[in-house]
Ligand binder design. Structure first.
Ligand code: BGC
Length: 393
């Protein structure tokens, strides 16, 4: 009798434990569910450099998307986003470790400055003086020089708002850095919201006149990084004109109409459709590597481009306040770099839509000026949006 009593008690105890843990499990799931639906920012350690600790900031938009930004290079490292069936992928090329970013790489997700794109011969005149920069791209200066903004550690601060979460990154670029004049105070704010909009806002002030051209150099592959090339992505660019270049990719004097050329993306075209065309400009760029003169300038934020990938249904939209956009389709990627999922990044395994001023503006008086003067504030904003669409919109 006594033995049976104990057994019964044991069974009851086990049952009670099971019910309690099941209830707890439900509550945990509910909690997870609520936190899934909440926007959040999480700061974590990424590595140590002689300049200090590198942090990463994970921004969740409460709708299943996550963006990761690092204070090294103010880099956009990851954007994890569902496809039309809800399957998640990271759609940005990049590395898992800090050593990938401190090593040689073609600006994966970097904030590029002080002057994004090329400056012919690595020199420019300003206020009666000629300034000389490092030539890090054949005869030209590219993307702020070898020690440009992509190689710097930025001060970072979390931002929590009602409508979005984000991170503010700042640094002082000292007078003479990489050959540029003036102490330039730069701030960039990344903000991410429930609509899958990632806004990047830049501001800068200076104590001497200096050229300023800032962009983000993220490489997208809407199938997922390391999942092949981007040739079957469809692209639309809201531009009537593009900027033809010489053999070193420096702009020629006049913009050219896109009509009748492989640069006409006013209606949807697959990136691969004309990327190998026997056309002088395509041959010079080894594919697309050109500035597009965006329509609707001076109207605040406007739609510059859309990219749609048919298998995943992912759709990227780019809005900007900038007059130009460099469309680069990864022509110089050559398989030597290995990315986050262990796959090598081959030619055209990612594309960039770099919103900016026109290349080499400091040497082209007819282009909109990029000179920032003391007392003025440089401001620009670009919003990348990721969502899904069954059909090409
Ligand atoms: C340039 C390319 C260059 C790439 C990586 C792009 O913005 O237009 O010519 O190869 O950046 O540096």
């Amino acid at each position: 009798m006594k033995g049976i009593g104990w057994k019964k008690r044991l069974v009851c105890l086990l049952l009670a434990l099971f019910v309690l843990s099941w209830g707890g499990g439900c509550r945990r799931n509910e909690n997870q569910q609520t936190s899934m639906n909440k926007m959040s920012v999480e700061e974590s350690h990424f590595g140590i450099l002689p300049e200090g600790e590198v942090k990463v900031y994970s921004l969740r938009n409460g709708q299943g998307q996550k963006v990761v930004i690092s204070s090294y290079g103010a880099t956009l490292m990851r954007w994890i986003v569902p496809d039309k069936e809800g399957r998640m992928e990271d759609v940005l090329l990049g590395f898992n470790d800090l050593s990938g970013y401190t090593g040689n790489h073609p600006y994966f997700g970097s904030l590029v400055g002080r002057y994004a794109n090329r400056i012919a011969g690595g020199s420019f005149p300003l206020a009666g003086e000629t300034y000389t920069l490092a030539r890090n791209n054949g005869p030209n200066a590219l993307h702020g020089g070898p020690g440009g903004f992509h190689r710097k550690l930025w001060d970072a601060q979390v931002i929590k708002g009602e409508e979005s979460v984000g991170v503010l990154l700042k640094r002082l670029s000292p007078d003479g850095e990489e050959g540029y004049p003036g102490n330039l105070q730069v701030e960039v704010v990344y903000r991410f919201n429930q609509a899958g909009e990632l806004s990047i806002s830049y501001t800068a002030t200076t104590d001497r006149p200096t050229p300023v051209n800032l962009t983000n150099h993220a490489y997208f592959n809407l199938k997922g990084e390391g999942k092949g090339d981007i040739l079957e992505h469809y692209l639309r660019i809201y531009a009537e004109r593009f900027t033809p270049v010489d053999s070193t990719l420096i702009p020629l004097e006049d913009h050219r109409q896109v009509e009748g050329t492989p640069f006409d993306f006013r209606n949807w075209h697959a990136i691969g459709e004309r990327v190998n065309a026997e056309e002088e400009q395509i041959i010079r760029g080894k594919g697309y590597d050109h500035n597009f003169v965006l329509n609707n300038q001076d109207t605040g934020l406007f739609l510059a481009a859309q990219v749609w990938e048919p298998v995943s249904g992912r759709l990227l939209e780019v809005r900007t306040t900038q007059p130009g956009m460099q469309f680069y389709c990864g022509n110089f990627l050559d398989g030597k770099l290995t990315g986050k999922r262990g796959k090598s990044y081959e030619k055209r395994s990612g594309f960039c839509l770099e919103t900016q001023h026109f290349p080499d503006s400091p040497n082209h008086p007819t282009f909109p000026s990029t000179v920032l003067r003391p007392g003025d504030v440089f401001r620009s904003q670009t919003i990348y949006t990721l969502k899904t669409s069954e059909k090409r919109p």
